[in-house]
Design a protein around this ligand. Structure first.
Ligand SMILES: C[S@@+](CC[C@H](N)C(=O)[O-])C[C@H]1O[C@@H](n2cnc3c(N)ncnc32)[C@H](O)[C@@H]1O
Length: 382
């Protein structure tokens, strides 16, 4: 059994690394410094955290002393879709840079985030290396937890793993407090799926969208499709930011291509806030009790307080299915005939399932070229 007790809000100085658009940084305790290499993300960060120092590269940053370091380090070498070089990869190896910085600035706690595949790659060795490296650097109590954006009233099936590693056991244990958000279901029927997929299955999702992706390696956005009423179309960049929980006023004048990438990279804002608030805030019940179990492998929710891995049995929260409330009904551009034909052909070859009504709609779209397609065909032939 672990218990967690805090009685008051504690103002802690903290720096955010790999800040992106600040999905981990939604707590009312805002960062003293942020660090982000992408110029469009920097623009958003300077709007959100105008008083914070901005470092453009974690490899050269020289932040001030702080108590907490937070960061979702790059996942490309870890994600199932990536090259899976693991922590030896150039980008995902930046984890060690984060650890080095946290030690240099005298932090007592590191809050980190990555894709769930981190638990699996190299048969779990990469994750054990992360935990051991944290503990050897003095962050002896390590807790991790897999959280889904749908547990936080968002219609996106996005699982991410969060770690809190601390010199204080109760700060690490705060990660395992109950979520208690309550599921939201929309009355309007809407579903999401991947129109670019087909061979691996389209991840058809009633009431939510599959996890947003970063886009292709050459920067081509890859948003999911939405299906509602009689409409099938690609999700807009703003809708992608909305299903991640971001208010749109911080993204004025940012190009769609950058917004798609930001949304695909980010931590869903209420999920990041929950994780950070556990360390900073005391709005939770005074005592939290959580059962711990010995385990062979690496559990999706667990702790290592210095004497080996234990699994944590967090109660599974109810999952929201409120996509209908996130749809911008002023958008009227259906999926192109070409895209529908491509998807239909991939579905046919793979034999993967697709609901009948959606299949019919895709067939209709595939034989009805839309006006935009016709116009662009005319333009290129003239
Ligand atoms: C997984 S994303 C983190 C997203 C962030 N947590 C959010 O909610 O938006 C990793 C971020 O690290 C940034 N990045 C990659 N290399 C970097 C470096 N050397 N220095 C600073 N930022 C870097 C990327 O541009 C990207 O925005």
């Amino acid at each position: 059994m672990i218990w967690w007790h805090r009685s008051e809000w504690v103002k802690m100085r903290y720096i955010s690394l790999f800040s992106g658009i600040g999905g981990l940084e939604g707590s009312k305790n805002s960062p003293d410094a942020v660090c982000e290499i992408d110029p469009w993300c920097q623009k958003v960060l300077s709007r959100k955290f105008s008083k914070a120092e901005l470092y453009p590269d974690v490899r050269t940053a020289t932040p001030p002393p702080v108590e907490v370091v937070a960061g979702g380090w790059p996942c490309q070498d870890i994600s199932a879709a990536g090259l899976r070089k693991g922590l030896a990869g150039e980008r995902s190896g930046l984890f060690f840079k984060m650890l080095e910085l946290a030690s240099d600035v005298g932090a007592h706690t590191i809050i980190a985030e990555n894709v769930p595949n981190l638990l699996k790659i190299e048969g779990g060795r990469a994750f054990r290396l992360v935990v051991t490296a944290l503990q050897q650097a003095g962050f002896t109590s390590v807790a991790w937890r897999t959280l889904n954006a749908r547990e936080f009233a968002l219609p996106q099936n996005r699982n991410r793993i969060f770690l809190v590693a601390s010199k204080f056991r109760e700060l690490a244990a705060s990660l395992h407090r109950p979520v208690n958000q309550g599921a939201v279901i929309s009355l309007t029927r809407a579903s999401g799926f991947y129109w670019t997929a087909g061979l691996q299955g389209i991840c058809y999702s009633e009431g939510y969208v599959p996890a947003l992706k970063i886009g292709s390696s050459i920067g081509v956005p890859s948003p999911p499709a939405l299906y509602y009423d009689d409409m099938v179309r690609k999700a807009s960049a703003d809708e992608c930011l909305s299903v991640q929980g971001f208010p749109l006023d911080q993204f004025v004048d940012i190009p769609d291509k950058a917004k798609f990438a930001m949304a695909g990279n980010a931590v869903a804002l209420p999920v990041g806030t929950f994780v950070m608030d556990g360390v900073f805030e005391a709005k939770n019940p005074d005592y939290i009790t959580t059962d711990l179990f010995p385990t062979e492998g690496i559990p999706r929710d667990g702790v290592d307080f210095g004497s080996g891995t234990l699994a944590v049995s967090n109660k599974q929260s109810e999952l929201s299915a409120n996509l209908g409330s996130f749809i911008d009904r002023s958008i009227n551009e259906p999926l192109s005939g070409r895209a529908a034909r491509g998807l239909l052909s991939r579905l046919e070859r793979s034999g993967k399932p697709c609901p009948k009504d959606l299949l019919k709609k895709l067939r209709d779209l595939s034989i009805t070229p839309n006006l935009l397609e016709e116009a662009s065909a005319l333009r290129s032939s003239s």
